[in-house]
Design a protein around this ligand. Structure first.
Ligand SMILES: [Cu+2]
Length: 116
């Protein structure tokens, strides 16, 4: 009896701490897509607009222009994330930002737009 408790208590504590970990995304799916941009400033804007607390985690690579997103499939989808990014001025192969939004970007951030 004593021995059982000694095993169960630490086990449930470690389980609880795993569940309360804030960055853990449930029903997660990871996808990589191209998002057009130039510099570190673009990276910050792209990642910030893609991110959603506990629902989406995003990482954009300046060299390859590839965005890797891990998201909660029950809470959102890739289209929604890419729309938010387009809304910040950045094109992807699926959603094109508006000319107005693009022009609002910092001069160094005005990447070469894809023909879509
Ligand atoms: Cu930039």
């Amino acid at each position: 009896m004593r021995l059982k408790l000694l095993i169960i208590i630490p086990l449930s504590i470690s389980l609880l701490s795993m569940m309360s970990c804030g960055t853990k995304i449930e029903n997660s799916k990871t996808e990589t897509v191209k998002v057009y941009g130039n510099c570190g400033m673009c990276e910050k804007i792209i990642e910030t607009s893609a991110n959603k607390k506990n629902k989406v985690e995003a990482n954009w690579d300046q060299e390859t222009k590839m965005l890797t997103v891990t998201y909660d499939q029950k809470a959102t989808n890739l289209d929604e994330i890419l729309k938010r990014i387009a809304d910040s001025g950045y094109d992807s192969d699926k959603f094109r930002s508006t000319d107005e939004k693009y022009k609002q970007l910092h001069g160094c951030c005005q990447y070469d737009r894809p023909n879509i």
